[in-house]
Design a protein around this ligand. Structure first.
Ligand SMILES: Nc1ncnc2c1ncn2[C@@H]1O[C@H](COP(=O)(O)OP(=O)(O)OP(=O)(O)O)[C@@H](O)[C@H]1O
Ligand code: SF4
Ligand SMILES: [Mg+2]
Length: 336
């Protein structure tokens, strides 16, 4: 892809990341085809900024997260964290870096042990962060709970005793306990009521300001992405289709798939926390895709060339990249 400028203000850089999953069939479980879950994905996250990764279900968002966290081995590409290539690091080499990159899940049960009190869960993180004295742990625990808007008394309770929004606050406190630099938020509000979503999003914003955190914010909700993110990467069938500063993406979307996502929002108001659902009607999964553009079957502008050529990124503005030979040159007015 075209170069996306890198400087020492970059905390994470992902370059041509790849992950294919085999599909096995039959008695001998032979590999029958491949899911190209992540195909040459590249992006950067600037320090204390948020990159939104948006796309419909199955397009590969969580796989990208798992690759960055090194819960999955990449089949190709590079992951640079703070300028260090972590792609090939083994578990032992990754250990000191593990606390630097944390994840918040849609369901905070993913990071909270249901048999531990909130205090015990957070204290585990504090030990990893090197805080071993009991009194220091208690002070820090109280501070963390306060930071996420919970009372100190919450520390003696179990995760199931809280509402979804409160549990997500605890999940955030657990992630913060190890003092990370980067937090991957994988659909952290999509299971919550709209009013609660806004509270959690505002909390994430406040924490970013206070602690200079960087976020990779994964969502299918363009309203939330527009409100929270500085840059947005639109993903379809394992590939990034459009990558742009948030204002440029909303004010001047270029890729036909971005138009499709935006048209699925009843009213895009980025200062408003109204609910919207940007999923389109087909799953984004891909098995051994045909040649050419992966969006060809749904694109109103598809031409012969789209079915055969390798479609690469084209630069259409400062940090604005589009994977479409046609709209990058002609614009999209013709089908709007
Ligand atoms: N371990 C695995 N083995 C085989 N296929 C997998 C595996 N993990 C993910 N996939 C496939 O890879 C593709 C991308 O999945 P992924 O979970 O990354 O999508 P997603 O964008 O996070 O979707 P959602 O919005 O539903 O969470 C899907 O087709 C999925 O079925
Ligand atoms: S390359 Fe062709 S099929 Fe793909 S988005 Fe552009 S016009 Fe549509
Ligand atoms: Mg996912």
């Amino acid at each position: 892809m075209n170069e996306i400028r890198s400087d020492n203000g970059t905390i994470l850089e992902v370059e041509n990341l790849k992950k294919y999953f085999p599909i096995r069939r039959g008695f001998f479980q032979r590999i029958n085809s491949w899911v190209r879950a992540v195909e040459n994905v590249s992006f950067q996250i600037a320090r204390a900024k948020t990159l939104g990764l948006v796309g419909e279900s199955g397009c590969g968002k969580t796989t990208v997260a798992r690759l960055i966290l090194k819960l999955l081995a990449a089949d190709g590409g590079q992951i640079l964290f703070n300028g260090q290539d972590i792609t090939q690091l083994d578990e032992k080499e990754m250990k000191p870096l593990r606390k630097e990159i944390q994840i918040i899940f849609q369901d905070p049960y993913g990071s909270l042990n249901p048999r531990m009190t909130v205090g015990q869960s957070i204290a585990e993180g504090l030990k990893i962060a090197g805080i071993h004295s009991r009194s220091q742990q208690e002070q820090r625990l109280e501070k963390l709970l306060k930071m996420v808007g919970m009372s100190p008394a919450s520390s003696d309770r179990f995760p199931h005793e809280f509402s979804g929004g409160q549990r997500q606050r605890v999940g955030i406190a657990r992630a913060l306990s190890v003092e990370p630099a980067l937090i991957i938020c994988d659909e952290p509000v999509s299971a919550l009521d709209v009013s609660i979503q806004a509270q959690i999003i505002n909390l994430l914003k406040d924490l970013q300001r206070q602690l200079q955190l960087s976020y990779l914010f994964i969502s299918h909700d363009l309203n939330v992405v527009g409100y929270l993110c500085d840059m947005v990467a639109v993903m379809y069938k394992g590939q990034i289709m459009e990558y742009a500063p948030t204002d440029a993406l909303f004010d001047d979307p270029i890729h036909p798939y971005t138009h499709l996502l935006l048209s699925a929002i009843p009213d895009v108001d980025r200062n408003n926390d109204t609910e919207m659902n940007a999923t389109a009607d087909e799953p984004g999964r891909t098995l051994n895709p045909a040649d050419g553009c992966s969006f060809q079957d749904r694109c109103p502008l598809a031409e012969n060339r789209c079915r055969h050529d390798l479609i690469e990124f084209e630069q259409t503005g400062p940090d604005h990249l589009v994977r479409c030979w046609k709209t990058a040159r002609d614009g999209t007015d013709s089908f709007l």
